[in-house]
Design a binder for this molecule. Structure first.
Ligand code: BGC
Length: 752
């Protein structure tokens, strides 16, 4: 389709009209020119296609679909190929349902356990979030259906989400809040990017030219269409100029008229409007031209896939005395309503109407399992009778498994959690069951960390997250050892909320939310503070054991325009088949800027039979070593030694090897009379100029012969000298120094 030719035939009103939705889920059609409407739909861990009543909060019914595990779970798989397969299945469903775009993946960073939408997001770690996002986009778009990576950007709280300003410094945005978007854009070109509701440093994302044009398009090369989050538009004309193409949903013609007026009044270049229309029509026709009318949607097969994926995402957090796996012959008590009716997804726009659900109790049919509901999730209560019944069942069984977690109302889109606790009634139930049966295991259904006050009194904990409609099948497979638990935590579990780095300022004051902790989000903070979390990032047990050995680097030193290959051997040294997650972290040994202790820069999931060994390789480029330099406004590797670490988790590093990385970039240096000695001496070229004069300069500050030497020693005066600006020599040297000599020195330092 020659989109440009079409645009030349559109009236100004038609063009402005195309820049907003026809209704909740469709773009506008222009029938006289054969421009069709395209339909988009929520998800992204399934389809929330609303055929009748439309809304963005998951209130009205949508078609029956398959609910896959939410992002909180899929990230724990640490498995790109698995997430791609899920994306392919969702892409197929979209083709079947004639949907041009599925609105996801959601990739915001988990800054606090309190964020109501954490269950929809991947990780506290930007590298992991980026890899998962790219894998998902790849899968969906391989089916000629678009994605809408969201919510761009810094949308890490629900509190005042449509008015709050995320106040985040440049380096933190670049290192923490942007990379998930950047990776997906650079690698996979999502058809659309959805801008967030919030402001960033005072400017709404929907009208932020730096964000939507400079960073997204000019730097990262985004070629697609920017869509607003539903109702995120404040100033439509400013938005269009900033790079926001499509406003969703419809604005009743109100904003379209403003666009027309702005063009007529000379306040908006018509070319800007044409460009937005072109980007919108590009994705509409891209879908239409590749629509596959006969794509089947085998929901039963997808249910099986959802179960397989959920099994790969479960994280075994505790397994004392090898209480798990359970054996099929022994009597087990399943306690807790979630065994029967699992909580497997969260509330809001991602809510899927599952065509079927399999809970653990149903999946355990035929096994000697006793059941007691223990509590009511909807009423958030546990009566004395319910607890007594649960205790009785626990006493009769070899092992008691409590299915606990957060009821729907505890975490949802649209508002944040107010604390990090499980319901009090569930904590009471767990304590009572653990007192009755020493072999108690807790299975958790939650989208974000919870405190575990009973952790020392239970033998096992399995984090099932929000595992999708087939979660029960996966839970039984993992509990009974048919599937090895191979999930690893995509986020740290702090012991208590107050340990979390954002706790002093999360949510903000009024509409100002200052991201005070900067780059020290999640494990980057706990590591630096040497604080013991309840469970660290990357952590997860298996029923077998893995050993890492023989870490080799391709070179002892590289320049940052070269790549480094790290190779390591991983062996299953236990008795069962399982999947190892080899995690690679990079540590900067010495740095002049604040840096985390280590940062995840690679991971691989490796299936291994007992005794089997494999080699895994990682290729690292400049970005693995760089930090965002705010002088250069670019990535920069400070030359020096780094450590490549191979770990089972962020806190269990098994191997490490040093590498020296040199920078191909020279930092711009400019010296003047305000430059201090310390900075000059840190620059080898400038230091060579200054060094010969240093001794005589230091004398300027030394006490005169015979003066009270104990008041200031030579060592002290040299220590003081480092923070002095060059100009202070004039103040202290009196007529011992010619001002012109200093000017000549500055010129030399600048290489003149
Ligand atoms: C959410 C988006 C969603 C949109 C459409 C908004 O409230 O923030 O994630 O895609 O609604 O339902």
């Amino acid at each position: 389709m020659d989109v440009k030719a079409l645009i030349s035939q559109l009236t100004l009103e038609e063009k402005a009209g195309l820049c907003s939705g026809a209704d909740f889920w469709h773009t506008k059609a222009v029938e006289r020119l054969g421009i069709p409407a395209a339909m988009v739909s929520d998800g992204p861990h399934g389809l929330r296609k609303q055929d009748l009543g439309a809304d963005h909060l998951g209130v009205n019914e949508s078609i029956e679909a398959v609910c896959f595990p939410a992002a909180c779970a899929t990230a724990a798989s640490f498995d790109r190929a698995l997430v791609t397969r899920m994306g392919e299945a969702i892409g197929d469903s979209c083709q079947h349902e004639k949907l041009a775009v599925v609105l996801g993946p959601a990739v915001n960073i988990k800054r606090s356990p309190l964020c109501g939408r954490n269950f929809e997001y991947f990780s506290e770690d930007p590298y992991l979030a980026g890899q998962m996002a790219a894998a998902f986009v790849h899968g969906v778009q391989s089916r000629n259906v678009g994605t809408s990576i969201k919510h761009f950007a810094a949308n890490s709280q629900e509190h005042r989400r449509m008015s709050s300003s995320a106040e985040v410094d440049e380096r933190t945005l670049r290192e923490i809040y942007f990379p998930a978007f950047e990776t997906a854009v650079r690698q996979e070109q999502p058809w659309t990017v959805m801008c967030s509701y919030n402001r960033i440093n005072g400017v709404f994302a929907s009208e932020n030219p730096w964000l939507l044009t400079q960073v997204l398009r000019d730097e990262w090369g985004f070629e697609g269409c920017v869509v607003s989050d539903w109702g995120a538009v404040s100033d439509r004309v400013a938005g269009l100029a900033a790079g926001l193409d499509l406003e969703m949903p419809a604005s009743g013609g109100w904003n379209d008229r403003k666009i027309v007026e702005a063009v007529r009044g000379g306040r908006l270049d018509e070319a800007v409007l044409d460009r937005a229309v072109e980007r919108i029509l590009n994705f509409v026709f891209r879908y239409v031209e590749h629509a596959a009318p006969k794509t089947p949607w085998d929901k039963e097969a997808q249910h099986a896939l959802a179960a397989e994926i959920a099994g790969e995402c479960m994280v075994l957090l505790k397994n004392e005395d090898a209480v798990l796996p359970l054996s099929r012959g022994e009597t087990v008590a399943f306690i807790g309503e979630f065994a029967e009716k699992p909580r497997f997804q969260g509330g809001g726009s991602s809510h899927i109407r599952s065509f079927m659900t399999t809970g653990a109790l149903e999946a355990a049919a035929g096994l000697p399992v006793l059941y007691a509901p223990g509590y009511s999730a909807a009423e958030d209560s546990a009566t004395e009778e319910q607890i007594a019944e649960a205790v009785k069942a626990a006493r009769q069984a070899k092992v008691a498994v409590v299915f606990a977690g957060l009821p729907d109302v505890y975490e949802s889109e649209g508002y944040d959690r107010s604390h990090m606790r499980l319901p009090a009634c569930q904590n009471r139930l767990i304590e009572a069951v653990a007192a009755a049966n020493p072999n108690t295991v807790v299975v958790l259904h939650n989208g974000s960390p919870v405190e575990m006050p009973w952790i020392d009194r239970v033998k096992g904990v399995l984090e099932a997250y929000l595992g999708g409609q087939a979660v029960g099948l996966a839970t039984i497979r993992v509990l009974y050892g048919e599937v090895d638990p191979s999930g690893r935590l995509p986020e740290s579990f702090p012991k208590k909320l107050a340990d979390n780095p954002s706790c002093l300022s999360y949510g903000g004051e009024g509409n100002t939310a200052v991201y005070n902790e900067g780059i020290f989000v999640g494990y980057r903070y706990y590591d630096k503070k040497e604080m013991e979390p309840l469970f660290p990032f990357g952590y997860g047990l298996s029923y077998t054991r893995f050993a890492f050995s023989d870490l080799r680097l391709s070179a002892p030193e590289i320049r940052d325009d070269e790549t480094l290959t790290a190779t390591v051997r991983v062996k299953n040294v236990g008795e069962r088949a399982g999947k190892a997650v080899v995690q690679l972290y990079v540590a900067d040994c010495e740095s002049t800027v604040f840096r985390p202790v280590r940062e995840l820069k690679g991971f691989e999931k490796v299936p291994l039979r007992p005794g089997e060994e494999r080699e895994v390789s990682f290729t690292l480029d400049k970005r693995a070593f760089a930090y965002w330099n705010t002088e250069l406004h670019d990535w920069y590797v400070e030359p020096g030694e780094f450590r490549i670490e191979i770990g089972h988790s962020s806190r269990e590093i098994a191997l490490s090897a040093p590498v020296t990385v040199w920078s191909a970039t020279e930092l711009p240096r400019h010296y003047d009379l305000d430059s201090i000695f310390l900075d000059i001496m840190a620059d080898p070229k400038a230091a060579a100029v200054l060094q010969p004069m240093l001794e005589s300069f230091s004398k300027v500050f030394l006490p005169e012969e015979g003066a009270a030497q104990e008041a200031i020693t030579t060592e002290m005066s040299l220590a003081m000298l480092q923070y002095m600006p060059l100009r202070s020599l004039l103040s202290f040297a009196g007529d011992r120094l010619e001002p012109t000599a200093l000017e000549q020195l500055v010129a030399k330092l600048n290489g003149n």
